[in-house]
Design a binder for this molecule. Structure first.
Ligand code: C2O
Ligand code: CU
Length: 420
C-alpha cells in the first residue's frame, strides 16, 4: 500500500492510505451548527491606561488589561466570545490567530464582517477542535490596534491539565517590553510546558537555560518524535508559537527573550544565551507527506515598490508587483491541494500568515524539509529566501493571506485566498 513516490521538485512523498490530510478534523464548517456554547467569554475593548515597567502607558485594551484576558478551553468545547466595543473609534474585531475557524468567525473587517464600532457588539462562536497555543487580536487597523494592546492568549488543552502550564506572550507596548519578568517556585520533577507566543511584528529569540527541553509543538501542532535540546535557542516569527516542555530539575531554569529573563524558577547564572538556533525544518522525525498531487500552484514574490494606484504614488510592500487592494485574489476549489512558492526579494523579513488553514512546509531554498512535518500558520521568509508550502484548501471562504509584520500588511502586503 505504502508506495513512496516523489512529486517533482518538492520532496513531497505519497503517504500510505489513511494518513489524514491535516492533523485536525475539519469536519464542521458552519458556525451556526456548532451547538450550544460550553465556554462563554465577554471581552470589552476600550481605551485604558496600563502600567508597564513602572510607567503609565496609554493603551487600547480588552477588559483594561494588556495582554487581554487569557481564554482557555478544552477540546470538544463550543466557545462563545461576545466582543463589545466601548470607545475604540476605529473599530475592533477578534481574529483567532492560527485557529482554523469557520470563515464567518475569522474577524477580518471588510471581508468576513464589519468592524465593531463603539457601542456595538459581535458574538463569535466556534468549536474547540484543535488543541494548542494560539492567540487573538483585533484585525481592524491591525497595525495600530495590536501595537496599542488589543490582543490576548487563546489556549486549548487536550484534556485536564497536568503539571505546570505557563503562557508567555511577548510584545511591546508604547515601546516597552512585556511581560514583566516572572518568577515562580517549581518542585523538582514537575512537568512544565512553556507556551511561547510572539505577538509582536518582528522575530524574537528565545533561550531556555538550566535544563534540557524539547519543542513539543509549533503553531499549535505537535511535532513527531522530538529530540532533546540543550543550549539551543529558538527564533519565533511574528505571530508564531512554540511549546517547550521539560521536567523541572532541582536547579533553577530561566527563559530569556532577546537576552532578557522573562520567566524563571530561581536565580540562573549563565555566561551566555547566544546559542545556536534550532532549525525547525530539520527537527524531529520525518513522516511521508500526505498528498500525491498538487492541483494549484501560485508564486508570491515579496518586494518593495511604487504603488501607482494611489492618488499620490507611495512606496508599498508588494506581492507580485502590486499592493493591497490591487493584488488579485488566489482562487481555488474546495479540496484542492495548493502550493505556494514564496520568494522574498526585499531587504527585510516578511513573516507570512495564511488564515483558515495551516500549511505544510515542503522546502526552503530548494532544500526539502527533513524533520517532523511542520504545519505552520506563521513563518519568517527572510531576505533572499524561497519557501515552498502546501495545504489542502478544505475551509471554504475568503481568507486573508498576508505579512504579519502588521505595518507591512497595512502598507500593501495583504492578499486573499478564495476557497469555494
Ligand atoms: Cu494574526 Cu491576519 O492575523
Ligand atoms: Cu512583511
Amino acid at each position: 500500500v505504502a508506495v513512496a513516490a516523489l512529486v517533482t521538485g518538492t520532496g513531497l512523498t505519497v503517504a500510505p492510505d489513511g494518513v489524514p490530510d491535516v492533523p485536525h478534523d475539519h469536519g464542521y464548517r458552519d458556525a451556526r451548527t456548532v451547538g450550544e456554547p460550553t465556554r462563554r467569554f465577554t471581552l470589552t475593548a476600550g481605551t485604558a491606561t496600563v502600567r508597564v515597567g513602572g510607567r503609565d502607558v496609554a493603551a487600547w485594551a480588552f477588559d483594561a488589561q494588556v495582554p487581554g484576558p487569557e481564554l482557555t478551553a478544552t477540546v470538544g468545547d463550543v466557545v462563545e466570545v461576545t466582543l463589545r466595543n466601548r470607545d475604540i473609534g476605529r473599530g475592533v474585531t477578534l481574529h483567532w490567530h492560527g485557529y482554523d475557524v469557520p470563515n464567518s468567525q475569522d474577524g477580518v473587517p471588510g471581508v468576513t464582517q464589519a468592524a465593531v464600532l463603539p457601542g456595538q457588539e459581535f458574538v463569535y462562536r466556534f468549536r474547540a477542535d484543535q488543541a494548542g497555543t494560539y492567540w487573538y487580536h483585533t484585525h481592524s487597523v491591525s497595525d495600530v490596534g495590536v501595537r496599542m494592546g488589543l490582543y490576548g492568549v487563546l489556549v486549548v488543552r487536550p484534556g485536564p491539565m497536568t503539571g505546570l502550564d505557563v503562557t508567555v506572550p511577548v510584545h511591546t507596548l508604547g515601546g516597552r517590553p512585556l511581560p514583566a519578568p516572572r518568577t515562580e517556585r517549581v518542585e523538582a520533577g514537575t512537568p512544565v510546558r512553556l507556551r511561547l507566543i510572539n505577538t509582536d511584528s518582528t522575530t524574537h529569540r528565545y533561550a531556555l537555560a538550566g535544563t534540557a527541553f524539547r519543542v513539543a509543538a509549533i503553531d499549535g501542532f505537535d511535532l513527531r518524535g522530538p529530540t532533546s535540546l540543550v543550549d539551543t535557542a529558538v527564533l519565533i516569527p511574528a505571530g508564531g508559537r512554540y511549546d517547550l516542555v521539560f521536567n523541572a530539575p532541582a536547579t533553577p531554569v530561566a527563559l530569556f527573550v532577546d537576552g532578557r529573563v522573562v520567566y524563571s524558577t530561581g536565580e540562573v547564572s549563565t555566561a551566555t544565551t547566544t546559542w545556536p538556533v534550532l532549525d525547525p525544518l530539520h527537527y524531529g522525525v520525518a513522516s511521508p507527506a500526505p498528498w500525491s498531487r498538487i492541483d494549484r500552484k501560485f508564486t508570491l514574490v515579496l518586494d518593495r515598490g511604487l504603488d501607482l494606484h494611489e492618488l499620490l504614488p507611495r512606496y508599498a510592500h508588494t506581492v507580485n508587483g502590486a499592493a493591497d487592494p490591487d493584488i488579485p485574489p488566489q482562487v481555488v476549489r474546495l479540496g484542492d491541494i495548493v502550493r505556494f512558492t514564496i520568494v522574498n526579494r526585499a531587504q527585510v523579513v516578511h513573516p507570512w500568515h495564511l488564515h483558515g488553514q495551516h500549511v505544510l512546509v515542503l522546502s526552503r531554498d530548494g532544500k526539502p524539509a527533513s524533520g517532523s512535518p511542520l504545519w505552520l500558520d506563521s513563518f519568517d521568509v527572510r531576505p533572499g529566501e524561497v519557501w515552498e508550502v502546501a495545504f489542502r484548501a478544505d475551509n471554504p471562504g475568503m481568507w486573508a493571506n498576508h505579512c504579519h509584520n502588521l505595518g507591512h500588511a497595512d502598507a500593501g502586503m495583504t492578499l486573499h485566498l478564495m476557497v469555494s
